[in-house]
Design a protein around this ligand. Structure first.
Ligand SMILES: Cc1cc2nc3c(=O)[nH]c(=O)nc-3n(C[C@H](O)[C@H](O)[C@H](O)COP(=O)(O)O)c2cc1C
Ligand code: SF4
Ligand code: SF4
Length: 517
Protein backbone atom coordinates (compact mmCIF):
# COMPACT_ATOMS: atom_id res chain seq x y z
CA UNK A 1 0.00 0.00 0.00
CA UNK A 2 1.32 3.43 -0.96
CA UNK A 3 1.96 5.65 2.09
CA UNK A 4 2.42 9.26 1.15
CA UNK A 5 3.29 10.66 4.52
CA UNK A 6 4.68 10.03 7.99
CA UNK A 7 3.10 7.36 10.21
CA UNK A 8 0.81 8.09 13.11
CA UNK A 9 2.57 9.45 16.13
CA UNK A 10 1.39 9.28 19.74
CA UNK A 11 1.91 13.03 19.75
CA UNK A 12 -1.28 13.45 17.72
CA UNK A 13 -3.40 12.20 20.61
CA UNK A 14 -5.86 14.82 21.92
CA UNK A 15 -8.77 12.56 22.71
CA UNK A 16 -12.35 13.72 22.41
CA UNK A 17 -15.49 11.77 23.26
CA UNK A 18 -18.53 13.09 21.47
CA UNK A 19 -21.93 11.69 20.51
CA UNK A 20 -20.85 8.24 21.61
CA UNK A 21 -17.74 8.30 19.40
CA UNK A 22 -14.10 8.43 20.40
CA UNK A 23 -11.95 10.74 18.27
CA UNK A 24 -8.13 10.51 18.54
CA UNK A 25 -8.13 14.29 18.23
CA UNK A 26 -10.52 17.00 17.07
CA UNK A 27 -9.03 17.29 13.56
CA UNK A 28 -11.05 16.14 10.59
CA UNK A 29 -10.17 15.90 6.91
CA UNK A 30 -12.91 18.04 5.37
CA UNK A 31 -14.98 16.33 2.70
CA UNK A 32 -13.37 16.86 -0.70
CA UNK A 33 -10.74 15.54 -3.08
CA UNK A 34 -8.63 14.06 -0.28
CA UNK A 35 -11.35 11.75 1.01
CA UNK A 36 -12.64 9.94 -2.01
CA UNK A 37 -10.61 6.72 -1.99
CA UNK A 38 -9.92 4.05 0.60
CA UNK A 39 -6.18 4.74 0.21
CA UNK A 40 -6.75 8.35 1.30
CA UNK A 41 -8.77 7.30 4.35
CA UNK A 42 -5.96 4.93 5.30
CA UNK A 43 -3.30 7.62 4.76
CA UNK A 44 -5.27 10.09 6.86
CA UNK A 45 -5.47 7.57 9.68
CA UNK A 46 -1.74 6.83 9.47
CA UNK A 47 -1.02 10.53 9.84
CA UNK A 48 -3.13 10.66 12.98
CA UNK A 49 -6.28 12.44 11.83
CA UNK A 50 -9.19 12.09 14.24
CA UNK A 51 -11.84 11.89 11.52
CA UNK A 52 -12.43 12.15 7.80
CA UNK A 53 -15.56 13.09 5.94
CA UNK A 54 -15.84 11.29 2.63
CA UNK A 55 -16.31 13.16 -0.63
CA UNK A 56 -19.89 14.28 -1.21
CA UNK A 57 -22.23 11.51 -2.26
CA UNK A 58 -25.30 12.58 -4.22
CA UNK A 59 -28.41 10.61 -4.87
CA UNK A 60 -30.04 10.58 -7.39
CA UNK A 61 -26.70 10.62 -9.25
CA UNK A 62 -24.89 13.98 -9.30
CA UNK A 63 -26.60 16.38 -11.71
CA UNK A 64 -23.27 18.20 -12.21
CA UNK A 65 -20.29 15.87 -12.30
CA UNK A 66 -17.17 16.59 -14.31
CA UNK A 67 -13.46 15.89 -14.02
CA UNK A 68 -11.85 18.23 -11.49
CA UNK A 69 -9.97 21.42 -12.39
CA UNK A 70 -8.23 23.10 -9.43
CA UNK A 71 -5.87 26.03 -8.98
CA UNK A 72 -3.88 26.98 -5.89
CA UNK A 73 -2.65 30.57 -5.57
CA UNK A 74 0.20 30.29 -3.12
CA UNK A 75 0.92 34.01 -2.84
CA UNK A 76 -2.71 35.00 -2.35
CA UNK A 77 -3.39 31.90 -0.23
CA UNK A 78 -6.55 30.77 -1.92
CA UNK A 79 -7.71 27.69 -3.75
CA UNK A 80 -10.31 27.81 -6.50
CA UNK A 81 -12.21 25.24 -8.50
CA UNK A 82 -15.36 24.92 -10.53
CA UNK A 83 -15.29 21.52 -12.03
CA UNK A 84 -15.45 18.65 -9.56
CA UNK A 85 -16.32 14.98 -9.43
CA UNK A 86 -18.82 13.78 -6.82
CA UNK A 87 -19.63 10.21 -5.85
CA UNK A 88 -22.82 8.40 -6.69
CA UNK A 89 -24.57 6.32 -4.04
CA UNK A 90 -22.89 3.09 -4.94
CA UNK A 91 -19.39 4.62 -4.98
CA UNK A 92 -20.04 6.29 -1.64
CA UNK A 93 -21.26 3.10 0.01
CA UNK A 94 -18.30 1.08 -1.29
CA UNK A 95 -15.90 3.76 -0.08
CA UNK A 96 -17.47 3.71 3.37
CA UNK A 97 -17.34 -0.07 3.60
CA UNK A 98 -13.74 -0.15 2.35
CA UNK A 99 -12.73 2.64 4.70
CA UNK A 100 -14.16 0.82 7.69
CA UNK A 101 -12.52 -2.42 6.64
CA UNK A 102 -9.03 -0.95 6.24
CA UNK A 103 -8.93 1.52 9.14
CA UNK A 104 -9.25 1.07 12.88
CA UNK A 105 -9.38 4.39 14.63
CA UNK A 106 -10.32 7.17 12.25
CA UNK A 107 -13.95 8.27 12.48
CA UNK A 108 -15.62 8.17 9.06
CA UNK A 109 -18.43 10.59 8.28
CA UNK A 110 -20.60 10.19 5.21
CA UNK A 111 -21.06 13.59 3.54
CA UNK A 112 -24.40 13.17 1.76
CA UNK A 113 -26.96 15.07 -0.27
CA UNK A 114 -30.28 13.83 -1.49
CA UNK A 115 -31.18 16.02 -4.44
CA UNK A 116 -34.84 15.06 -4.66
CA UNK A 117 -37.50 17.13 -2.96
CA UNK A 118 -38.66 14.91 -0.06
CA UNK A 119 -37.05 14.29 3.31
CA UNK A 120 -37.63 10.53 2.94
CA UNK A 121 -34.88 10.38 0.30
CA UNK A 122 -32.44 11.81 2.85
CA UNK A 123 -33.56 9.27 5.42
CA UNK A 124 -33.07 6.39 2.96
CA UNK A 125 -29.55 7.56 2.15
CA UNK A 126 -28.74 7.93 5.83
CA UNK A 127 -29.92 4.38 6.54
CA UNK A 128 -27.79 2.98 3.72
CA UNK A 129 -24.64 4.69 5.01
CA UNK A 130 -25.37 3.54 8.52
CA UNK A 131 -25.59 -0.02 7.19
CA UNK A 132 -22.35 0.46 5.26
CA UNK A 133 -20.58 1.31 8.51
CA UNK A 134 -20.37 5.12 8.56
CA UNK A 135 -19.67 6.28 12.11
CA UNK A 136 -21.75 9.40 11.49
CA UNK A 137 -23.55 11.34 8.78
CA UNK A 138 -22.72 14.84 7.64
CA UNK A 139 -25.67 16.36 5.80
CA UNK A 140 -24.24 18.56 3.05
CA UNK A 141 -26.11 21.87 3.15
CA UNK A 142 -23.04 23.75 1.97
CA UNK A 143 -21.90 22.98 -1.58
CA UNK A 144 -22.10 26.23 -3.57
CA UNK A 145 -21.18 24.63 -6.84
CA UNK A 146 -24.28 22.76 -7.84
CA UNK A 147 -27.74 24.35 -7.69
CA UNK A 148 -26.34 27.47 -6.00
CA UNK A 149 -23.90 28.04 -8.86
CA UNK A 150 -26.89 27.78 -11.21
CA UNK A 151 -28.95 30.09 -8.99
CA UNK A 152 -26.27 32.75 -9.32
CA UNK A 153 -25.32 32.36 -12.94
CA UNK A 154 -28.18 30.73 -14.87
CA UNK A 155 -31.30 32.41 -16.11
CA UNK A 156 -34.15 30.02 -15.44
CA UNK A 157 -34.25 28.85 -11.86
CA UNK A 158 -37.55 27.00 -11.79
CA UNK A 159 -36.88 23.37 -12.61
CA UNK A 160 -33.56 22.48 -11.12
CA UNK A 161 -32.93 20.56 -7.89
CA UNK A 162 -32.29 22.56 -4.75
CA UNK A 163 -29.26 21.29 -2.86
CA UNK A 164 -26.14 22.36 -0.95
CA UNK A 165 -25.83 26.11 -0.44
CA UNK A 166 -29.26 26.73 -2.04
CA UNK A 167 -31.09 24.42 0.37
CA UNK A 168 -28.79 25.28 3.27
CA UNK A 169 -30.06 28.83 3.54
CA UNK A 170 -33.57 27.74 4.58
CA UNK A 171 -33.76 27.25 8.36
CA UNK A 172 -37.05 25.32 8.40
CA UNK A 173 -36.06 22.97 5.57
CA UNK A 174 -32.64 22.18 7.08
CA UNK A 175 -34.11 21.58 10.53
CA UNK A 176 -36.90 19.42 9.10
CA UNK A 177 -34.54 17.22 7.07
CA UNK A 178 -32.18 16.89 10.04
CA UNK A 179 -34.99 15.86 12.35
CA UNK A 180 -36.32 13.27 9.89
CA UNK A 181 -32.87 11.75 9.26
CA UNK A 182 -32.22 11.60 13.00
CA UNK A 183 -35.46 9.66 13.45
CA UNK A 184 -34.37 7.20 10.77
CA UNK A 185 -30.83 6.35 11.93
CA UNK A 186 -29.03 5.57 15.18
CA UNK A 187 -25.65 7.05 14.25
CA UNK A 188 -24.89 10.73 15.02
CA UNK A 189 -25.96 13.31 12.45
CA UNK A 190 -23.84 16.41 11.78
CA UNK A 191 -25.02 19.20 9.49
CA UNK A 192 -22.59 21.24 7.40
CA UNK A 193 -24.06 24.65 6.69
CA UNK A 194 -23.10 27.29 4.13
CA UNK A 195 -21.44 30.66 4.70
CA UNK A 196 -23.27 31.97 1.63
CA UNK A 197 -25.82 34.68 2.31
CA UNK A 198 -24.66 35.07 5.90
CA UNK A 199 -27.29 32.49 6.75
CA UNK A 200 -25.32 30.01 8.85
CA UNK A 201 -26.17 31.41 12.32
CA UNK A 202 -29.89 31.69 11.62
CA UNK A 203 -30.01 28.18 10.17
CA UNK A 204 -27.84 26.84 13.00
CA UNK A 205 -30.33 27.77 15.71
CA UNK A 206 -33.31 25.60 14.67
CA UNK A 207 -30.94 22.90 13.42
CA UNK A 208 -29.13 22.47 16.72
CA UNK A 209 -32.43 22.35 18.57
CA UNK A 210 -33.16 19.07 16.74
CA UNK A 211 -30.51 17.56 19.02
CA UNK A 212 -28.14 16.80 16.13
CA UNK A 213 -24.52 15.95 16.93
CA UNK A 214 -23.11 19.20 15.61
CA UNK A 215 -23.02 22.01 13.06
CA UNK A 216 -20.30 22.79 10.53
CA UNK A 217 -19.99 26.47 9.70
CA UNK A 218 -19.46 26.06 5.98
CA UNK A 219 -17.73 24.89 2.87
CA UNK A 220 -16.26 26.87 -0.01
CA UNK A 221 -17.52 30.28 -1.14
CA UNK A 222 -18.52 31.09 -4.71
CA UNK A 223 -16.72 33.96 -6.41
CA UNK A 224 -15.59 35.39 -9.72
CA UNK A 225 -12.18 33.98 -10.69
CA UNK A 226 -9.08 36.03 -11.49
CA UNK A 227 -9.65 37.44 -14.99
CA UNK A 228 -7.20 37.83 -17.88
CA UNK A 229 -8.07 41.39 -18.90
CA UNK A 230 -6.57 40.95 -22.36
CA UNK A 231 -8.40 37.71 -23.06
CA UNK A 232 -11.72 37.69 -21.24
CA UNK A 233 -12.64 34.23 -22.50
CA UNK A 234 -9.49 32.69 -21.10
CA UNK A 235 -9.98 30.67 -17.96
CA UNK A 236 -7.55 29.71 -15.26
CA UNK A 237 -7.45 26.02 -15.54
CA UNK A 238 -6.17 24.67 -18.79
CA UNK A 239 -8.22 22.00 -20.57
CA UNK A 240 -11.39 23.92 -19.81
CA UNK A 241 -12.99 26.15 -22.41
CA UNK A 242 -15.18 28.68 -20.61
CA UNK A 243 -14.80 31.12 -17.75
CA UNK A 244 -16.77 29.93 -14.72
CA UNK A 245 -17.53 31.04 -11.17
CA UNK A 246 -15.12 29.43 -8.74
CA UNK A 247 -15.39 27.89 -5.29
CA UNK A 248 -12.87 29.59 -3.03
CA UNK A 249 -11.24 28.03 0.01
CA UNK A 250 -8.01 28.17 2.01
CA UNK A 251 -6.41 30.70 4.34
CA UNK A 252 -7.85 33.84 2.69
CA UNK A 253 -11.29 32.89 4.01
CA UNK A 254 -10.25 32.42 7.63
CA UNK A 255 -11.45 35.80 8.99
CA UNK A 256 -14.90 35.16 7.49
CA UNK A 257 -14.95 31.54 8.67
CA UNK A 258 -13.93 32.57 12.18
CA UNK A 259 -16.68 35.13 12.19
CA UNK A 260 -19.22 32.50 11.14
CA UNK A 261 -18.10 30.14 13.91
CA UNK A 262 -18.19 33.01 16.42
CA UNK A 263 -21.65 34.04 15.31
CA UNK A 264 -22.98 30.48 15.35
CA UNK A 265 -21.56 29.99 18.86
CA UNK A 266 -23.22 33.23 20.03
CA UNK A 267 -26.49 32.10 18.48
CA UNK A 268 -26.64 28.49 19.65
CA UNK A 269 -25.05 28.98 23.07
CA UNK A 270 -22.47 26.87 24.87
CA UNK A 271 -24.20 23.49 24.53
CA UNK A 272 -24.11 22.80 20.79
CA UNK A 273 -21.10 21.32 19.01
CA UNK A 274 -19.42 23.16 16.14
CA UNK A 275 -17.01 21.89 13.49
CA UNK A 276 -15.04 24.91 12.32
CA UNK A 277 -14.07 24.89 8.63
CA UNK A 278 -12.21 27.46 6.58
CA UNK A 279 -8.56 28.33 6.15
CA UNK A 280 -7.02 26.38 9.01
CA UNK A 281 -3.47 25.47 8.01
CA UNK A 282 -1.27 25.62 11.12
CA UNK A 283 -1.49 25.55 14.94
CA UNK A 284 -2.17 29.27 15.20
CA UNK A 285 -5.18 29.17 12.91
CA UNK A 286 -6.39 26.06 14.72
CA UNK A 287 -6.13 27.85 18.09
CA UNK A 288 -8.12 30.77 16.67
CA UNK A 289 -10.89 28.39 15.57
CA UNK A 290 -11.17 26.93 19.08
CA UNK A 291 -11.07 30.36 20.68
CA UNK A 292 -14.07 31.59 18.65
CA UNK A 293 -16.15 28.55 19.53
CA UNK A 294 -15.19 25.42 17.54
CA UNK A 295 -15.13 21.98 19.15
CA UNK A 296 -13.71 20.23 16.09
CA UNK A 297 -11.76 21.53 13.12
CA UNK A 298 -12.20 20.51 9.49
CA UNK A 299 -9.35 21.04 7.03
CA UNK A 300 -9.49 20.42 3.30
CA UNK A 301 -7.36 22.81 1.23
CA UNK A 302 -4.19 22.33 3.24
CA UNK A 303 -4.41 18.58 2.72
CA UNK A 304 -4.65 19.22 -1.04
CA UNK A 305 -1.52 21.34 -0.94
CA UNK A 306 0.63 19.56 1.65
CA UNK A 307 -0.84 16.09 2.04
CA UNK A 308 -1.99 14.69 5.39
CA UNK A 309 1.42 14.69 7.05
CA UNK A 310 1.45 18.19 8.52
CA UNK A 311 -0.99 17.23 11.29
CA UNK A 312 1.60 16.03 13.85
CA UNK A 313 3.51 19.30 13.43
CA UNK A 314 0.26 21.30 13.82
CA UNK A 315 -0.74 19.40 16.96
CA UNK A 316 2.76 19.76 18.41
CA UNK A 317 2.60 23.54 17.97
CA UNK A 318 -0.88 23.65 19.44
CA UNK A 319 0.16 21.61 22.49
CA UNK A 320 3.18 23.88 23.02
CA UNK A 321 0.94 26.93 22.90
CA UNK A 322 -1.56 25.35 25.29
CA UNK A 323 1.25 24.57 27.73
CA UNK A 324 2.65 28.11 27.44
CA UNK A 325 -0.66 29.72 28.28
CA UNK A 326 -1.86 27.11 30.77
CA UNK A 327 -4.59 25.10 29.02
CA UNK A 328 -4.63 21.42 29.87
CA UNK A 329 -7.23 20.52 27.21
CA UNK A 330 -8.19 22.27 23.99
CA UNK A 331 -11.79 22.45 25.24
CA UNK A 332 -10.60 25.03 27.78
CA UNK A 333 -9.79 27.37 24.92
CA UNK A 334 -13.25 27.17 23.44
CA UNK A 335 -15.30 30.37 23.44
CA UNK A 336 -12.71 32.55 25.16
CA UNK A 337 -12.69 35.04 22.30
CA UNK A 338 -16.45 34.86 22.09
CA UNK A 339 -16.53 36.45 25.52
CA UNK A 340 -13.78 38.95 24.70
CA UNK A 341 -15.05 40.38 21.42
CA UNK A 342 -17.00 43.59 22.06
CA UNK A 343 -19.30 45.45 19.72
CA UNK A 344 -18.06 48.48 17.80
CA UNK A 345 -19.91 50.89 20.08
CA UNK A 346 -18.13 49.51 23.15
CA UNK A 347 -14.51 49.85 22.08
CA UNK A 348 -12.50 52.26 24.23
CA UNK A 349 -10.36 54.56 22.14
CA UNK A 350 -7.40 56.06 24.00
CA UNK A 351 -5.93 59.39 23.12
CA UNK A 352 -2.46 59.33 21.58
CA UNK A 353 -0.51 59.83 18.41
CA UNK A 354 2.20 58.43 16.15
CA UNK A 355 5.81 59.07 17.09
CA UNK A 356 8.55 58.94 14.48
CA UNK A 357 12.03 57.84 15.45
CA UNK A 358 13.84 60.30 13.22
CA UNK A 359 17.17 58.50 13.63
CA UNK A 360 15.67 55.40 12.03
CA UNK A 361 13.81 57.21 9.24
CA UNK A 362 15.30 56.56 5.79
CA UNK A 363 13.28 59.29 4.11
CA UNK A 364 11.36 56.95 1.81
CA UNK A 365 8.16 59.11 1.96
CA UNK A 366 5.80 56.14 2.23
CA UNK A 367 4.19 57.51 5.39
CA UNK A 368 3.47 60.80 3.68
CA UNK A 369 1.24 59.22 1.04
CA UNK A 370 -1.95 57.93 2.75
CA UNK A 371 -4.73 60.17 1.52
CA UNK A 372 -6.60 60.18 4.81
CA UNK A 373 -3.70 61.78 6.66
CA UNK A 374 -2.14 65.22 6.45
CA UNK A 375 -0.08 64.89 9.63
CA UNK A 376 3.23 63.84 8.07
CA UNK A 377 5.42 65.94 5.81
CA UNK A 378 8.96 65.42 4.61
CA UNK A 379 11.60 67.94 5.59
CA UNK A 380 15.29 68.38 4.88
CA UNK A 381 17.37 67.46 7.91
CA UNK A 382 19.68 70.38 7.38
CA UNK A 383 23.40 70.50 6.87
CA UNK A 384 24.22 70.75 10.57
CA UNK A 385 22.40 67.54 11.54
CA UNK A 386 23.83 65.65 8.58
CA UNK A 387 27.36 66.82 9.37
CA UNK A 388 27.04 65.87 13.05
CA UNK A 389 25.80 62.41 12.10
CA UNK A 390 28.66 61.98 9.66
CA UNK A 391 31.19 62.93 12.33
CA UNK A 392 29.61 60.39 14.67
CA UNK A 393 29.88 57.72 11.96
CA UNK A 394 26.11 57.50 11.37
CA UNK A 395 24.48 57.67 7.99
CA UNK A 396 21.28 59.68 7.79
CA UNK A 397 18.89 60.23 4.89
CA UNK A 398 18.75 63.76 3.55
CA UNK A 399 15.03 63.96 4.20
CA UNK A 400 13.14 62.96 7.32
CA UNK A 401 9.45 62.48 8.11
CA UNK A 402 8.04 65.06 10.53
CA UNK A 403 4.76 64.66 12.35
CA UNK A 404 2.31 67.41 13.19
CA UNK A 405 0.83 65.83 16.28
CA UNK A 406 -2.35 67.88 16.28
CA UNK A 407 -3.34 66.40 12.93
CA UNK A 408 -2.68 62.79 13.91
CA UNK A 409 -5.61 60.70 15.09
CA UNK A 410 -3.41 57.65 15.80
CA UNK A 411 -5.03 55.55 13.09
CA UNK A 412 -1.95 53.28 12.62
CA UNK A 413 -1.63 53.40 8.82
CA UNK A 414 1.80 55.06 8.70
CA UNK A 415 3.15 52.34 11.00
CA UNK A 416 2.02 49.70 8.57
CA UNK A 417 3.37 51.35 5.43
CA UNK A 418 6.76 52.28 6.93
CA UNK A 419 9.38 49.75 5.78
CA UNK A 420 11.63 50.30 8.82
CA UNK A 421 10.68 48.23 11.89
CA UNK A 422 9.82 50.29 14.99
CA UNK A 423 10.49 53.54 13.13
CA UNK A 424 6.94 54.73 13.78
CA UNK A 425 5.12 53.70 16.94
CA UNK A 426 1.98 54.79 18.72
CA UNK A 427 2.30 56.65 22.00
CA UNK A 428 -0.53 56.89 24.48
CA UNK A 429 -1.32 60.12 26.25
CA UNK A 430 -3.27 63.34 26.29
CA UNK A 431 -1.28 64.73 23.43
CA UNK A 432 -4.06 66.59 21.81
CA UNK A 433 -5.08 68.25 25.03
CA UNK A 434 -1.77 69.04 26.70
CA UNK A 435 0.88 69.14 24.05
CA UNK A 436 -0.91 70.53 21.07
CA UNK A 437 -4.13 71.83 22.50
CA UNK A 438 -5.79 71.72 19.17
CA UNK A 439 -9.00 69.96 18.27
CA UNK A 440 -8.94 67.50 15.42
CA UNK A 441 -11.92 68.79 13.52
CA UNK A 442 -12.10 68.25 9.80
CA UNK A 443 -13.05 71.85 9.04
CA UNK A 444 -10.07 73.13 11.00
CA UNK A 445 -7.74 70.87 9.05
CA UNK A 446 -9.14 72.32 5.84
CA UNK A 447 -8.69 75.80 7.22
CA UNK A 448 -5.08 74.99 8.08
CA UNK A 449 -4.47 73.94 4.54
CA UNK A 450 -5.84 77.19 3.19
CA UNK A 451 -9.45 76.26 2.51
CA UNK A 452 -10.97 78.81 4.86
CA UNK A 453 -14.15 79.03 2.80
CA UNK A 454 -14.80 75.33 3.34
CA UNK A 455 -16.47 76.00 6.68
CA UNK A 456 -19.05 73.57 7.95
CA UNK A 457 -21.01 71.35 5.61
CA UNK A 458 -24.50 72.84 5.88
CA UNK A 459 -26.24 69.74 7.21
CA UNK A 460 -23.71 68.78 9.87
CA UNK A 461 -23.56 70.27 13.34
CA UNK A 462 -20.14 70.87 14.91
CA UNK A 463 -19.36 71.77 18.44
CA UNK A 464 -16.55 72.30 20.86
CA UNK A 465 -16.57 71.38 24.48
CA UNK A 466 -15.22 74.52 26.04
CA UNK A 467 -17.94 76.91 25.07
CA UNK A 468 -17.90 79.83 22.77
CA UNK A 469 -14.33 81.03 23.00
CA UNK A 470 -12.81 78.31 20.89
CA UNK A 471 -15.70 78.41 18.47
CA UNK A 472 -15.04 82.06 17.93
CA UNK A 473 -11.38 81.28 17.34
CA UNK A 474 -12.33 78.69 14.76
CA UNK A 475 -14.91 80.95 13.20
CA UNK A 476 -17.69 78.41 13.66
CA UNK A 477 -21.22 79.45 12.89
CA UNK A 478 -22.53 78.24 16.24
CA UNK A 479 -21.78 75.97 19.15
CA UNK A 480 -23.30 74.30 22.13
CA UNK A 481 -21.60 73.22 25.29
CA UNK A 482 -20.82 69.68 26.42
CA UNK A 483 -23.63 69.41 28.97
CA UNK A 484 -26.18 70.13 26.30
CA UNK A 485 -25.02 67.16 24.33
CA UNK A 486 -26.71 64.81 26.75
CA UNK A 487 -30.01 66.37 25.81
CA UNK A 488 -29.33 66.16 22.13
CA UNK A 489 -28.25 62.61 21.39
CA UNK A 490 -29.68 62.69 17.93
CA UNK A 491 -27.94 65.91 17.10
CA UNK A 492 -24.33 65.14 17.81
CA UNK A 493 -21.90 62.65 19.16
CA UNK A 494 -18.69 63.09 21.14
CA UNK A 495 -15.85 60.68 20.39
CA UNK A 496 -15.01 58.38 23.29
CA UNK A 497 -12.00 59.05 25.45
CA UNK A 498 -12.90 62.59 26.44
CA UNK A 499 -10.69 64.15 23.81
CA UNK A 500 -10.76 67.82 23.33
CA UNK A 501 -11.78 67.17 19.80
CA UNK A 502 -15.26 66.09 18.93
CA UNK A 503 -17.04 65.28 15.74
CA UNK A 504 -20.54 65.49 14.44
CA UNK A 505 -21.83 62.15 13.29
CA UNK A 506 -25.27 62.69 11.88
CA UNK A 507 -26.86 65.15 9.52
CA UNK A 508 -28.19 67.67 11.95
CA UNK A 509 -28.91 71.36 12.27
CA UNK A 510 -26.31 73.65 13.78
CA UNK A 511 -27.52 74.69 17.22
CA UNK A 512 -26.51 78.05 18.50
CA UNK A 513 -26.50 78.43 22.27
CA UNK A 514 -25.41 81.71 23.75
CA UNK A 515 -23.57 82.67 20.58
CA UNK A 516 -19.89 82.55 19.82
CA UNK A 517 -18.81 85.61 21.64
C1 LIG B 1 -11.90 20.95 -4.25
C2 LIG B 1 -12.81 20.95 -3.06
C3 LIG B 1 -13.88 20.07 -2.99
C4 LIG B 1 -14.72 20.07 -1.89
N1 LIG B 1 -15.74 19.16 -1.83
C5 LIG B 1 -16.56 19.13 -0.74
C6 LIG B 1 -17.56 18.15 -0.61
O1 LIG B 1 -17.68 17.27 -1.47
N2 LIG B 1 -18.38 18.20 0.47
C7 LIG B 1 -18.23 19.16 1.44
O2 LIG B 1 -18.99 19.17 2.41
N3 LIG B 1 -17.26 20.08 1.36
C8 LIG B 1 -16.41 20.08 0.30
N4 LIG B 1 -15.41 21.00 0.22
C9 LIG B 1 -15.29 22.02 1.30
C10 LIG B 1 -14.24 21.64 2.33
O3 LIG B 1 -14.55 20.44 3.00
C11 LIG B 1 -14.09 22.79 3.36
O4 LIG B 1 -15.30 22.90 4.08
C12 LIG B 1 -13.78 24.12 2.72
O5 LIG B 1 -12.90 23.96 1.64
C13 LIG B 1 -13.17 25.11 3.72
O6 LIG B 1 -12.06 24.57 4.40
P1 LIG B 1 -10.53 24.73 3.90
O7 LIG B 1 -10.23 26.19 3.78
O8 LIG B 1 -9.73 24.01 4.93
O9 LIG B 1 -10.46 24.06 2.57
C14 LIG B 1 -14.52 21.00 -0.85
C15 LIG B 1 -13.44 21.88 -0.92
C16 LIG B 1 -12.59 21.86 -1.99
C17 LIG B 1 -11.44 22.82 -2.04
S1 SF4 C 1 -1.23 57.39 12.80
FE1 SF4 C 1 -2.61 57.79 11.08
S2 SF4 C 1 -3.20 59.93 11.38
FE2 SF4 C 1 -1.34 59.61 12.65
S3 SF4 C 1 0.32 60.17 11.32
FE3 SF4 C 1 0.06 57.98 11.07
S4 SF4 C 1 -1.31 57.77 9.28
FE4 SF4 C 1 -1.43 59.88 10.00
S1 SF4 D 1 7.78 55.51 6.02
FE1 SF4 D 1 9.20 55.35 7.76
S2 SF4 D 1 11.22 55.44 6.82
FE2 SF4 D 1 9.80 56.11 5.26
S3 SF4 D 1 9.78 58.36 5.48
FE3 SF4 D 1 8.13 57.57 6.76
S4 SF4 D 1 9.03 57.30 8.78
FE4 SF4 D 1 10.70 57.54 7.34
Amino acid sequence: MRVKTSPTDAATLMEVEHAGLRFRNPFMVGSGPTSKTVAQLVDAERCGWGATSIKLVIDPPPYINKEPRYRWFEKEQFHIFTSEKRLNLDEGLRLTEGGRKHTKEIIILANITYSGSDAEGWVEMGRKFEAAGAHALELNMCCPNMSFNLDIAAEDGTKRPCSGASLGQHPEAVAHITREVMKGVRIPVFVKLTGEGGSAPKVAKPTITTGCAGIGNGGTRLGVPPIDLYDLKKNLYGLQDEVSMGCYSGPWMRPLALRDVYEIRKTIGAEGTIIGFGGVHNWKSAAEMFLVGADFIGICTETMVRGFGFLPELIKGLKRYMKDVGFSHHREMRDILVREIVTADRVTIRDGLAVIDEEKCIGCRKCELPAHCYAITMEDRGAEELAAAKTAGRKLSRQVAKLEGADCCACNTCIDVCPVPECITLAKGDYHREKYNSPLIASELDRKHGYAEADMPPAVASFVTDGGAKAARLGMPGTFSADLLQDAPKVAYVTQGGNDHAQACAPAPVISVGGAS
